[in-house]
Design a binder for this molecule. Sequence first.
Ligand SMILES: Nc1ncnc2c1ncn2[C@@H]1O[C@H](COP(=O)(O)OP(=O)(O)O)[C@@H](O)[C@H]1O
Ligand SMILES: [Mg+2]
Length: 235
Amino acid sequence: MTTDNSRNIALQCTDIVKTYNSGETEVKALQGISLDVYENELLMLVGPSGCGKTTFVSVITALLGFDSGRCIVLGHDFSAMSDAEKTAFRGKEIGFVFQAFNLIPALTAAENTALPLTIFGTNKTTAFSRSYKMLKAVDLESKEHVLPGNLSGGQQQKVAIARALVHTPRLVICDEPTSSLDHKSGQMVMELLKKLTKEHGVTMIVVTHDERVYKYADRIAQMEDGRIIKVEKNR
Ligand SMILES: Nc1ncnc2c1ncn2[C@@H]1O[C@H](COP(=O)(O)OP(=O)(O)O)[C@@H](O)[C@H]1O
Ligand SMILES: [Mg+2]
């Protein structure tokens, strides 16, 4: 595995095993994953459908428990945390971007972006000033009052990215962020994610199987059948 001793580690997974038991069948989704991810890097997690990518990002965000192994994320050891602590940790430290954008149709771009702050009780003035700053960072300040239905796919994903960063998380997880987008919008979204990783000092993990966006990675971790088979620095 590629390691670099001069950098701080944001996330350290050791030998993570996760098996799904649904009735008769058993799916070994993660079969001993060990991975370090550094602060302020954009790591891509790639591999064929069903290899365990979403399971892995669910584990490292404490959304999903695991059978064995160790997971330390931003200094938090999941084995020592209650469910309430995990929820609080996610709300404070993690931002999510999904393939399907998951914006609320009845809320404007600014309201969608402010949501991670308003649901945790940040006052409106602060939340909306921060929301506006994030919309500006994704070049959408002019769309502040527009509803998602009146935005293009690429613009909707940019709003979702603004929302993912609005509460200044330290770790951002993007699961197939370009899969619903045309080529040009996909490139634009990845360029933005790369830029924000560096400007906002976050650790960005991007799950993708879109080879056309590999060039935006600092490192690429390749998964196959619940294992990481290769981690390489991008040329
Ligand atoms: N909730 C679940 N219950 C049972 N099996 C699941 C569940 N979620 C995922 N799986 C299985 O685990 C494996 C890994 O899935 P997933 O992590 O979604 O892969 P990927 O994101 O790489 O497509 C697949 O075989 C999938 O069918
Ligand atoms: Mg998936």
